[in-house]
Design a protein around this ligand. Sequence first.
Ligand code: NAD
Length: 476
Amino acid sequence: MVYGNLIDGEWRDGDPFANINPSNLDDVVGEYARASLDDTRDAIAAASRAFWGWSLTTPQTRAGYLEKIAAGIEARCGALADLLAREEGKTLREATGEVIRAAQLFRFYAGEVLRTPGERLDSAREGVEIQVTREPVGVVGLITPWNFPIAIPAWKIAPALAFGNTVVFKPAELVPGCAWELAHLIHDAGIPAGVFNLVMGRGSVVGAEITSNPQVNAISFTGSTTTGSGILTTASARLAKVQMEMGGKNPLVILNDADLPRAVQAALDGAFYSTGQRCTASSRLIVEAGIHDRFVGALTEALASQVVGDARNADTTIGPVVDERQLAQDLRYIDLGKSEGAHLAFGGEVLSRPTRGHYLSPALFTEANNQMRVCREEIFGPVATVIRAANYEEALHLANDTEFGLSAGICTSSLARSMHFRRNVQAGMVMVNLPTAGVDYTAPFGGRKGSSYGSREQGRYAVEFYTTVKTAYVVG
Ligand code: NAD
């Protein structure tokens, strides 16, 4: 069987491509249909035709669909988590959390749409009333990366549908399985034909068409900074609304007064869980001199007790790298770190396991400095660098000395320092005594500088992107 694309309410075949399990390269998760340029155009045309009717449904009707989708995800939670772990390589525990998150997002936006904000103003003119309301934007193109195969699609699709938009969804090629299952659940919930369309396939074909087609009114993209900048140039030239979530090089500052076990846990989780493949990963550990050696010793010990293995084994704590290309990139950066003069204090070795997979031991560099490319460029793997700082002021300076600005963290027992850091670090999200990764769906998500562009995702803030404001002047 080939899993097809969903276009105008129908499942459509296409050129098949294989979805391979990174924990076991001999395991083919499934064959999925690659959408063609014509398929993509048909999906966009269908979304455009469906928009008017869908946009006029009541919020209660749309909330009902979202509730059904959430229930569908919950009912299949175990199978979806297993599929996620199998196609992406996240551990089962992490995969289960991600699936639950997807259901929570659909439930949250089912509630949000029932309280879509508006405003009434008194006019400066006698007898005139001003009403500020929100309307859907139109056809939205959603382009997602491989590292959160169900949560990122959910945090875009749920608000898009809730606020009355129609959707053309293009998942990353490495993870079509969760995308197809989600599309199936949306279809099964009875959503009218054309309101939601799935087009799996190449970024250069499907993604490029979504970006340039004038019938797509808005694009929400999550992925690398390079791809994002290209999309931004094309989409903004035709005045489409754009939202971009891109790379990170997130600092976690550890001060002398930090609770050591807590700081080590924050670094371990933030830098290495999900195999370090998170945009919010704590890839730069900036450590004050007085705690440096104790921190490095304790973190190295914690790394030695990690179990790198098949994502679906119960005792695995770090799954495989997602594919061969990403593994090659991780290894190139590990070589680069050594040649730049950083000290590889732990890991960085390709591991062999009973099945053929992309297994890499978590790599920790010490004696790094912030000018090294390993400290400036996003690696997107289980690789972290430790940079020594003389004091808090230098640590803050180093934290901000980056082109990115997604998430930043500090471990300290000083309320004053944590408050100073919270105010002065240049990042969209700040964590105090917590890993830089790990966020709530009820709160705004996004960054500054090279990490993000446009309005925030998630929480109540998603309404900014998925609606447009109308100001009405009314006299009776
Ligand atoms: P990527 O940029 O290679 O691909 C992202 C998506 O864009 C995929 O669906 C891809 O097919 C598509 N694409 C590729 N070329 C395109 C084109 N020319 N036109 C339109 N679409 C195109 O990213 P990836 O490797 O899938 O994901 C890893 C990256 O995602 C990392 O840089 C990571 O930091 C980032 N990311 C960011 C966030 C965030 O919220 N800031 C979250 C997760 C991942």
